[in-house]
Ligand binder design. Structure first.
Ligand code: PLA
Length: 459
Protein backbone atom coordinates (compact mmCIF):
# COMPACT_ATOMS: atom_id res chain seq x y z
CA UNK A 1 0.00 0.00 0.00
CA UNK A 2 2.77 2.37 1.04
CA UNK A 3 4.76 1.56 -2.09
CA UNK A 4 1.75 2.19 -4.32
CA UNK A 5 0.96 5.52 -2.75
CA UNK A 6 4.59 6.61 -2.97
CA UNK A 7 4.60 5.58 -6.63
CA UNK A 8 1.39 7.48 -7.26
CA UNK A 9 2.70 10.55 -5.52
CA UNK A 10 5.87 10.51 -7.54
CA UNK A 11 3.88 9.97 -10.73
CA UNK A 12 1.61 12.90 -10.03
CA UNK A 13 4.41 15.25 -9.14
CA UNK A 14 6.44 14.29 -12.23
CA UNK A 15 3.47 14.78 -14.53
CA UNK A 16 2.53 18.15 -13.07
CA UNK A 17 6.13 19.37 -13.19
CA UNK A 18 6.38 18.48 -16.88
CA UNK A 19 3.11 20.15 -17.71
CA UNK A 20 3.90 23.36 -15.91
CA UNK A 21 7.67 23.70 -16.00
CA UNK A 22 7.75 25.81 -19.14
CA UNK A 23 4.73 27.91 -18.38
CA UNK A 24 4.71 29.05 -14.74
CA UNK A 25 6.33 32.44 -15.28
CA UNK A 26 6.23 32.75 -19.06
CA UNK A 27 3.86 35.68 -18.82
CA UNK A 28 6.23 37.71 -16.62
CA UNK A 29 7.77 40.54 -18.59
CA UNK A 30 10.55 42.84 -17.29
CA UNK A 31 9.31 45.62 -15.02
CA UNK A 32 9.99 49.19 -16.10
CA UNK A 33 13.12 50.47 -14.39
CA UNK A 34 12.83 52.96 -11.57
CA UNK A 35 14.23 56.17 -13.08
CA UNK A 36 16.44 56.90 -10.07
CA UNK A 37 17.87 53.38 -9.83
CA UNK A 38 18.42 53.44 -13.61
CA UNK A 39 20.63 56.52 -13.22
CA UNK A 40 22.75 54.83 -10.56
CA UNK A 41 23.15 51.75 -12.75
CA UNK A 42 24.22 53.81 -15.77
CA UNK A 43 26.68 55.70 -13.57
CA UNK A 44 28.19 52.51 -12.15
CA UNK A 45 28.60 51.00 -15.61
CA UNK A 46 30.60 54.00 -16.86
CA UNK A 47 34.38 53.42 -16.51
CA UNK A 48 35.26 57.13 -16.91
CA UNK A 49 37.28 58.15 -13.82
CA UNK A 50 35.78 61.63 -13.43
CA UNK A 51 32.12 60.64 -13.83
CA UNK A 52 29.59 62.39 -11.61
CA UNK A 53 26.42 60.91 -10.10
CA UNK A 54 23.75 63.56 -9.59
CA UNK A 55 20.96 60.99 -9.47
CA UNK A 56 19.97 59.66 -6.09
CA UNK A 57 19.28 62.16 -3.31
CA UNK A 58 21.66 60.81 -0.71
CA UNK A 59 24.08 63.16 1.04
CA UNK A 60 27.75 63.20 0.05
CA UNK A 61 30.54 65.28 1.57
CA UNK A 62 32.76 67.67 -0.37
CA UNK A 63 34.92 64.70 -1.40
CA UNK A 64 31.85 63.06 -2.91
CA UNK A 65 31.89 60.41 -0.17
CA UNK A 66 28.94 59.06 1.85
CA UNK A 67 29.03 60.23 5.45
CA UNK A 68 28.48 58.44 8.75
CA UNK A 69 27.36 61.26 11.01
CA UNK A 70 29.12 61.79 14.33
CA UNK A 71 25.76 61.63 16.11
CA UNK A 72 25.26 58.14 14.68
CA UNK A 73 28.68 57.04 15.94
CA UNK A 74 27.88 58.43 19.40
CA UNK A 75 24.50 56.72 19.42
CA UNK A 76 26.11 53.45 18.31
CA UNK A 77 28.36 53.59 21.35
CA UNK A 78 25.44 54.14 23.70
CA UNK A 79 23.12 51.51 22.34
CA UNK A 80 25.77 48.83 21.90
CA UNK A 81 25.44 47.70 25.51
CA UNK A 82 21.68 47.77 25.67
CA UNK A 83 20.87 46.32 22.29
CA UNK A 84 19.10 43.03 22.21
CA UNK A 85 18.61 41.31 18.94
CA UNK A 86 15.07 40.18 19.36
CA UNK A 87 12.04 41.61 17.61
CA UNK A 88 11.45 45.33 18.07
CA UNK A 89 10.28 45.58 21.66
CA UNK A 90 7.26 47.74 22.42
CA UNK A 91 9.38 49.98 24.63
CA UNK A 92 11.96 50.67 21.91
CA UNK A 93 9.39 51.29 19.21
CA UNK A 94 7.12 53.48 21.43
CA UNK A 95 10.06 55.66 22.40
CA UNK A 96 11.11 56.02 18.76
CA UNK A 97 7.58 56.93 17.66
CA UNK A 98 7.18 59.46 20.46
CA UNK A 99 10.51 61.14 19.62
CA UNK A 100 9.66 61.23 15.91
CA UNK A 101 6.27 62.78 16.68
CA UNK A 102 7.89 65.44 18.87
CA UNK A 103 10.30 66.29 16.08
CA UNK A 104 7.57 66.93 13.59
CA UNK A 105 4.61 68.15 15.68
CA UNK A 106 6.71 70.09 18.24
CA UNK A 107 8.26 69.16 21.57
CA UNK A 108 5.44 70.74 23.56
CA UNK A 109 2.61 70.04 21.19
CA UNK A 110 -0.79 69.20 22.73
CA UNK A 111 -1.03 66.34 20.30
CA UNK A 112 1.81 64.66 22.21
CA UNK A 113 0.66 65.65 25.70
CA UNK A 114 -2.88 64.40 25.05
CA UNK A 115 -1.61 61.35 23.16
CA UNK A 116 -3.79 62.21 20.21
CA UNK A 117 -1.65 60.49 17.62
CA UNK A 118 -1.28 56.95 16.37
CA UNK A 119 2.22 56.12 15.21
CA UNK A 120 4.24 53.09 14.26
CA UNK A 121 7.80 52.61 13.01
CA UNK A 122 7.97 52.12 9.26
CA UNK A 123 10.53 50.96 6.72
CA UNK A 124 11.83 54.45 6.01
CA UNK A 125 9.82 57.03 4.07
CA UNK A 126 8.81 54.57 1.37
CA UNK A 127 7.41 52.13 3.92
CA UNK A 128 5.56 54.90 5.77
CA UNK A 129 3.92 56.07 2.53
CA UNK A 130 2.99 52.51 1.64
CA UNK A 131 1.47 51.83 5.08
CA UNK A 132 -0.61 54.98 4.84
CA UNK A 133 -1.75 54.10 1.32
CA UNK A 134 -2.87 50.67 2.60
CA UNK A 135 -4.65 52.31 5.54
CA UNK A 136 -6.37 54.82 3.24
CA UNK A 137 -7.55 52.03 0.95
CA UNK A 138 -8.86 49.97 3.86
CA UNK A 139 -10.93 52.74 5.42
CA UNK A 140 -11.70 54.93 2.38
CA UNK A 141 -11.85 52.31 -0.39
CA UNK A 142 -13.32 54.68 -2.95
CA UNK A 143 -10.90 57.54 -2.33
CA UNK A 144 -8.14 58.91 -4.56
CA UNK A 145 -4.82 60.53 -3.80
CA UNK A 146 -3.88 63.92 -5.21
CA UNK A 147 -0.15 64.17 -5.94
CA UNK A 148 1.78 67.33 -6.82
CA UNK A 149 2.89 67.60 -10.43
CA UNK A 150 5.76 66.80 -10.45
CA UNK A 151 6.54 64.63 -7.45
CA UNK A 152 8.92 61.86 -6.33
CA UNK A 153 8.59 59.18 -9.01
CA UNK A 154 7.68 56.42 -6.57
CA UNK A 155 4.59 58.12 -5.10
CA UNK A 156 2.40 57.11 -8.02
CA UNK A 157 3.64 53.50 -7.89
CA UNK A 158 2.98 53.20 -4.16
CA UNK A 159 -0.66 54.28 -4.37
CA UNK A 160 -1.17 52.39 -7.63
CA UNK A 161 -0.02 49.15 -6.00
CA UNK A 162 -2.76 49.46 -3.37
CA UNK A 163 -5.30 50.32 -6.07
CA UNK A 164 -5.89 53.91 -5.01
CA UNK A 165 -6.24 55.99 -8.18
CA UNK A 166 -4.09 59.09 -8.34
CA UNK A 167 -4.82 62.56 -9.63
CA UNK A 168 -2.35 65.41 -9.88
CA UNK A 169 -2.57 68.99 -8.75
CA UNK A 170 -0.51 71.69 -10.39
CA UNK A 171 2.49 72.80 -8.38
CA UNK A 172 5.32 74.07 -10.50
CA UNK A 173 5.71 76.63 -13.23
CA UNK A 174 8.36 75.46 -15.74
CA UNK A 175 8.89 78.97 -17.19
CA UNK A 176 9.49 80.78 -13.93
CA UNK A 177 10.89 77.59 -12.35
CA UNK A 178 8.96 78.44 -9.22
CA UNK A 179 5.68 77.66 -7.47
CA UNK A 180 2.51 77.95 -9.50
CA UNK A 181 0.52 79.09 -6.51
CA UNK A 182 -2.59 80.24 -8.38
CA UNK A 183 -2.94 76.93 -10.22
CA UNK A 184 -2.20 74.98 -7.04
CA UNK A 185 -4.98 76.78 -5.15
CA UNK A 186 -7.33 76.31 -8.09
CA UNK A 187 -6.75 72.57 -8.18
CA UNK A 188 -7.22 72.25 -4.43
CA UNK A 189 -10.47 74.19 -4.75
CA UNK A 190 -11.71 72.10 -7.67
CA UNK A 191 -10.99 68.70 -6.10
CA UNK A 192 -14.08 67.04 -4.59
CA UNK A 193 -14.56 67.93 -0.90
CA UNK A 194 -12.84 65.50 1.46
CA UNK A 195 -10.03 64.46 -0.89
CA UNK A 196 -6.66 63.06 0.18
CA UNK A 197 -3.67 65.23 -0.80
CA UNK A 198 0.00 64.39 -0.54
CA UNK A 199 2.13 67.41 0.38
CA UNK A 200 5.90 67.84 0.70
CA UNK A 201 6.28 70.14 3.74
CA UNK A 202 9.85 71.15 2.91
CA UNK A 203 12.55 70.66 0.25
CA UNK A 204 10.08 69.48 -2.40
CA UNK A 205 11.37 66.61 -4.54
CA UNK A 206 12.14 67.13 -7.42
CA UNK A 207 11.56 70.89 -7.76
CA UNK A 208 13.27 72.34 -4.67
CA UNK A 209 10.38 74.80 -4.56
CA UNK A 210 8.42 75.26 -1.32
CA UNK A 211 5.47 77.56 -0.57
CA UNK A 212 6.18 80.44 1.81
CA UNK A 213 4.67 80.39 5.31
CA UNK A 214 2.00 82.81 4.14
CA UNK A 215 1.14 80.54 1.23
CA UNK A 216 1.01 77.51 3.55
CA UNK A 217 -1.50 79.43 5.70
CA UNK A 218 -3.67 80.00 2.65
CA UNK A 219 -3.36 76.37 1.62
CA UNK A 220 -4.27 75.27 5.13
CA UNK A 221 -7.42 77.40 5.28
CA UNK A 222 -8.51 76.19 1.87
CA UNK A 223 -7.98 72.59 3.03
CA UNK A 224 -10.19 73.42 6.02
CA UNK A 225 -12.93 74.86 3.84
CA UNK A 226 -12.78 71.84 1.54
CA UNK A 227 -12.35 69.31 4.35
CA UNK A 228 -9.37 67.77 2.55
CA UNK A 229 -6.97 65.40 4.29
CA UNK A 230 -3.30 66.51 4.25
CA UNK A 231 -0.78 63.68 4.14
CA UNK A 232 2.74 65.04 4.59
CA UNK A 233 5.72 63.19 3.19
CA UNK A 234 8.66 64.43 5.28
CA UNK A 235 11.74 62.99 3.63
CA UNK A 236 14.11 65.97 4.03
CA UNK A 237 13.45 67.66 7.38
CA UNK A 238 16.38 70.03 7.94
CA UNK A 239 17.61 70.08 4.34
CA UNK A 240 15.61 73.13 3.24
CA UNK A 241 16.76 75.62 5.88
CA UNK A 242 19.35 73.71 7.88
CA UNK A 243 16.97 73.88 10.86
CA UNK A 244 14.59 70.97 11.58
CA UNK A 245 12.17 73.24 13.44
CA UNK A 246 11.88 75.71 10.59
CA UNK A 247 11.39 72.89 8.15
CA UNK A 248 8.43 71.65 10.21
CA UNK A 249 6.69 75.01 9.85
CA UNK A 250 4.12 73.89 7.25
CA UNK A 251 2.98 71.05 9.49
CA UNK A 252 2.79 73.34 12.53
CA UNK A 253 0.59 75.73 10.54
CA UNK A 254 -1.79 72.89 9.71
CA UNK A 255 -1.70 71.83 13.36
CA UNK A 256 -2.63 75.31 14.56
CA UNK A 257 -5.58 75.20 12.19
CA UNK A 258 -6.80 71.99 13.83
CA UNK A 259 -6.41 69.62 10.88
CA UNK A 260 -6.34 65.90 11.08
CA UNK A 261 -2.94 65.06 9.56
CA UNK A 262 -0.98 62.06 8.38
CA UNK A 263 2.82 62.12 8.33
CA UNK A 264 5.47 59.89 6.76
CA UNK A 265 8.89 60.63 8.25
CA UNK A 266 12.17 59.37 6.90
CA UNK A 267 15.54 59.50 8.66
CA UNK A 268 17.36 58.19 5.60
CA UNK A 269 18.75 61.55 4.56
CA UNK A 270 18.83 63.79 7.61
CA UNK A 271 20.52 61.12 9.77
CA UNK A 272 22.34 59.44 6.91
CA UNK A 273 20.61 56.17 7.80
CA UNK A 274 19.52 55.29 4.26
CA UNK A 275 20.61 51.65 4.57
CA UNK A 276 18.85 51.12 7.90
CA UNK A 277 15.39 52.06 6.56
CA UNK A 278 14.26 54.10 9.55
CA UNK A 279 10.94 55.87 9.29
CA UNK A 280 7.73 56.60 11.12
CA UNK A 281 4.09 56.88 10.13
CA UNK A 282 1.78 58.92 12.33
CA UNK A 283 -1.87 59.90 12.07
CA UNK A 284 -3.46 62.55 14.28
CA UNK A 285 -6.65 61.55 16.05
CA UNK A 286 -9.51 63.12 18.03
CA UNK A 287 -8.55 61.47 21.30
CA UNK A 288 -6.54 58.74 22.98
CA UNK A 289 -9.15 56.05 22.35
CA UNK A 290 -9.26 56.70 18.63
CA UNK A 291 -5.46 56.78 18.62
CA UNK A 292 -5.34 53.27 20.08
CA UNK A 293 -7.80 51.97 17.50
CA UNK A 294 -5.85 53.47 14.60
CA UNK A 295 -2.52 52.26 15.94
CA UNK A 296 -3.91 48.73 16.20
CA UNK A 297 -5.08 48.87 12.59
CA UNK A 298 -1.73 50.20 11.36
CA UNK A 299 0.05 47.45 13.27
CA UNK A 300 -2.18 44.84 11.70
CA UNK A 301 -1.28 46.14 8.24
CA UNK A 302 2.46 46.16 8.97
CA UNK A 303 2.30 42.72 10.60
CA UNK A 304 1.13 41.10 7.41
CA UNK A 305 3.67 42.98 5.30
CA UNK A 306 6.92 42.48 7.24
CA UNK A 307 6.15 41.72 10.88
CA UNK A 308 8.19 44.32 12.69
CA UNK A 309 10.95 46.56 11.36
CA UNK A 310 14.68 46.01 12.12
CA UNK A 311 15.54 47.23 15.60
CA UNK A 312 19.01 48.68 15.12
CA UNK A 313 18.17 51.78 13.09
CA UNK A 314 15.19 52.56 15.28
CA UNK A 315 17.37 52.38 18.39
CA UNK A 316 19.92 54.71 16.77
CA UNK A 317 17.37 57.33 15.72
CA UNK A 318 15.63 57.11 19.05
CA UNK A 319 18.89 57.69 20.91
CA UNK A 320 19.85 60.62 18.69
CA UNK A 321 16.50 62.29 19.27
CA UNK A 322 16.24 61.63 23.01
CA UNK A 323 19.78 62.21 24.27
CA UNK A 324 20.22 66.01 24.51
CA UNK A 325 23.98 65.91 23.87
CA UNK A 326 23.70 63.66 20.85
CA UNK A 327 20.74 65.60 19.53
CA UNK A 328 22.79 68.80 19.70
CA UNK A 329 25.49 67.15 17.59
CA UNK A 330 22.87 65.98 15.11
CA UNK A 331 21.30 69.43 14.74
CA UNK A 332 24.73 70.89 13.98
CA UNK A 333 25.44 68.18 11.43
CA UNK A 334 22.12 68.76 9.67
CA UNK A 335 23.08 72.42 9.43
CA UNK A 336 26.50 71.52 8.00
CA UNK A 337 24.95 69.28 5.32
CA UNK A 338 22.35 71.88 4.32
CA UNK A 339 24.96 74.64 4.26
CA UNK A 340 27.31 72.68 2.02
CA UNK A 341 24.52 72.10 -0.48
CA UNK A 342 23.54 75.76 -0.28
CA UNK A 343 27.11 76.77 -1.02
CA UNK A 344 27.32 74.47 -4.01
CA UNK A 345 24.17 76.07 -5.42
CA UNK A 346 25.81 79.50 -5.22
CA UNK A 347 29.07 78.29 -6.77
CA UNK A 348 27.33 76.44 -9.62
CA UNK A 349 25.21 79.46 -10.51
CA UNK A 350 28.17 81.79 -10.31
CA UNK A 351 30.23 79.51 -12.55
CA UNK A 352 27.51 79.36 -15.19
CA UNK A 353 27.14 83.12 -15.14
CA UNK A 354 30.89 83.57 -15.36
CA UNK A 355 30.91 81.42 -18.50
CA UNK A 356 28.53 83.93 -20.05
CA UNK A 357 25.56 81.56 -20.23
CA UNK A 358 22.71 83.30 -22.01
CA UNK A 359 20.25 81.43 -19.78
CA UNK A 360 18.89 82.52 -16.43
CA UNK A 361 20.21 80.35 -13.59
CA UNK A 362 18.69 82.23 -10.66
CA UNK A 363 16.52 79.27 -9.80
CA UNK A 364 19.60 77.28 -8.74
CA UNK A 365 19.87 79.49 -5.67
CA UNK A 366 16.15 80.21 -5.29
CA UNK A 367 15.33 76.54 -4.93
CA UNK A 368 16.07 74.76 -1.65
CA UNK A 369 16.92 71.32 -0.31
CA UNK A 370 18.65 68.39 -1.88
CA UNK A 371 17.50 68.98 -5.45
CA UNK A 372 17.82 71.54 -8.17
CA UNK A 373 15.20 71.24 -10.89
CA UNK A 374 17.60 72.57 -13.46
CA UNK A 375 15.33 73.05 -16.47
CA UNK A 376 17.70 70.94 -18.58
CA UNK A 377 15.64 68.96 -21.08
CA UNK A 378 15.89 65.26 -21.83
CA UNK A 379 18.23 65.73 -24.77
CA UNK A 380 20.58 67.88 -22.69
CA UNK A 381 20.52 65.35 -19.86
CA UNK A 382 21.29 62.65 -22.39
CA UNK A 383 24.21 64.62 -23.79
CA UNK A 384 25.56 65.26 -20.32
CA UNK A 385 25.66 61.52 -19.67
CA UNK A 386 26.91 60.46 -23.07
CA UNK A 387 29.51 63.15 -23.65
CA UNK A 388 30.45 64.34 -20.19
CA UNK A 389 29.73 61.33 -17.94
CA UNK A 390 27.42 63.36 -15.73
CA UNK A 391 24.33 61.44 -14.64
CA UNK A 392 20.96 62.78 -13.49
CA UNK A 393 17.30 61.81 -13.89
CA UNK A 394 15.80 62.51 -17.35
CA UNK A 395 13.63 65.32 -15.94
CA UNK A 396 16.78 67.41 -15.34
CA UNK A 397 16.80 66.98 -11.56
CA UNK A 398 20.25 67.52 -10.10
CA UNK A 399 20.98 66.01 -6.71
CA UNK A 400 23.03 68.89 -5.33
CA UNK A 401 24.55 66.51 -2.78
CA UNK A 402 26.68 65.10 -5.60
CA UNK A 403 28.19 68.50 -6.45
CA UNK A 404 31.56 69.23 -4.84
CA UNK A 405 34.18 71.98 -4.87
CA UNK A 406 36.24 69.80 -7.20
CA UNK A 407 33.60 68.90 -9.77
CA UNK A 408 31.47 72.05 -9.82
CA UNK A 409 33.48 73.84 -12.53
CA UNK A 410 33.47 70.77 -14.75
CA UNK A 411 29.72 70.48 -14.20
CA UNK A 412 29.15 74.15 -15.05
CA UNK A 413 31.29 73.88 -18.20
CA UNK A 414 29.44 70.79 -19.32
CA UNK A 415 26.01 72.32 -18.69
CA UNK A 416 27.16 75.41 -20.58
CA UNK A 417 28.25 73.28 -23.53
CA UNK A 418 25.04 71.28 -23.82
CA UNK A 419 22.83 74.32 -23.42
CA UNK A 420 24.67 76.41 -26.00
CA UNK A 421 25.59 73.85 -28.63
CA UNK A 422 24.43 74.63 -32.18
CA UNK A 423 21.20 73.88 -34.01
CA UNK A 424 21.99 70.33 -35.15
CA UNK A 425 22.32 69.19 -31.59
CA UNK A 426 19.35 71.30 -30.53
CA UNK A 427 17.19 69.13 -32.73
CA UNK A 428 17.76 66.52 -30.12
CA UNK A 429 16.30 68.80 -27.50
CA UNK A 430 12.82 68.15 -28.77
CA UNK A 431 13.36 64.46 -29.05
CA UNK A 432 12.68 61.88 -26.45
CA UNK A 433 16.39 61.26 -26.19
CA UNK A 434 16.10 58.36 -23.80
CA UNK A 435 14.40 56.39 -26.54
CA UNK A 436 17.10 57.12 -29.10
CA UNK A 437 19.66 54.37 -29.24
CA UNK A 438 23.32 54.82 -28.83
CA UNK A 439 24.39 55.18 -32.45
CA UNK A 440 23.08 58.72 -32.44
CA UNK A 441 25.32 61.21 -34.24
CA UNK A 442 26.27 64.32 -32.35
CA UNK A 443 27.05 66.37 -35.44
CA UNK A 444 27.67 69.61 -33.65
CA UNK A 445 29.54 68.03 -30.83
CA UNK A 446 32.23 66.84 -33.17
CA UNK A 447 33.82 63.51 -33.76
CA UNK A 448 35.48 63.12 -30.39
CA UNK A 449 34.05 60.17 -28.54
CA UNK A 450 33.79 62.05 -25.32
CA UNK A 451 33.91 65.81 -24.90
CA UNK A 452 34.98 65.33 -21.35
CA UNK A 453 38.41 64.25 -22.54
CA UNK A 454 39.05 67.64 -24.02
CA UNK A 455 38.22 69.46 -20.84
CA UNK A 456 40.63 70.60 -18.25
CA UNK A 457 39.89 68.10 -15.54
CA UNK A 458 41.52 68.85 -12.27
CA UNK A 459 39.22 66.70 -10.20
N1 PLA B 1 9.57 60.69 -0.19
C1 PLA B 1 10.31 61.49 -0.96
C2 PLA B 1 9.77 62.82 -1.33
C3 PLA B 1 11.58 61.08 -1.40
O1 PLA B 1 12.30 61.88 -2.16
C4 PLA B 1 12.05 59.81 -1.01
C5 PLA B 1 13.40 59.31 -1.45
C6 PLA B 1 11.24 59.02 -0.21
C7 PLA B 1 10.00 59.49 0.20
C8 PLA B 1 11.66 57.66 0.27
O2 PLA B 1 12.67 57.76 1.15
P1 PLA B 1 13.28 56.54 1.95
O3 PLA B 1 14.62 56.32 1.43
O4 PLA B 1 13.26 57.03 3.34
O5 PLA B 1 12.37 55.38 1.74
N2 PLA B 1 13.89 59.75 -2.67
C9 PLA B 1 15.26 59.50 -3.14
C10 PLA B 1 15.60 58.05 -3.23
C11 PLA B 1 16.24 60.04 -2.18
C12 PLA B 1 14.87 57.09 -4.05
O6 PLA B 1 14.00 57.37 -4.85
O7 PLA B 1 15.22 55.92 -3.87
C13 PLA B 1 15.42 60.22 -4.47
O8 PLA B 1 16.53 60.27 -4.99
O9 PLA B 1 14.42 60.76 -4.97
Amino acid sequence: MMIISRFLRRGISTASTCATRRSWWDHVTPAPKDPIIAVTEAFLADPFPYKINLGVGAYRDDEGKPVVLQCVREAEGKIAASNFLESTSTAVSSKFVEESAKLIYGQDSNVIKERRFAGIPALSGTGACRLFAEFQKRFYPESRIYLPDPTWSNHRNIWRDVHVPDRTFRYYHPDSKSLNFVALMDDIKNAPDGSFFLLHPCAHNPTGVDPTNEQWREISSLFKAKNHFPFFDVAYQGFASGDVERDARAIRIFLEDGHSIGCAQSFAKNMGLYGHRVGCLSVLCNDKIQAMAIKGQLQQISNTMYGSPPIHGISLASKILSDPDIKAIWLKEVKVMATRIHRMRAILREALERLGSPLNWQHITNQVGMFCFSGLNRAEVYLLAKEFHIYMTPDGRISMAGVTTKNVDYLANSIHEVTTCDQDAKILHNTDAYRINTDIRFTSLGASKSRARGMNLSL
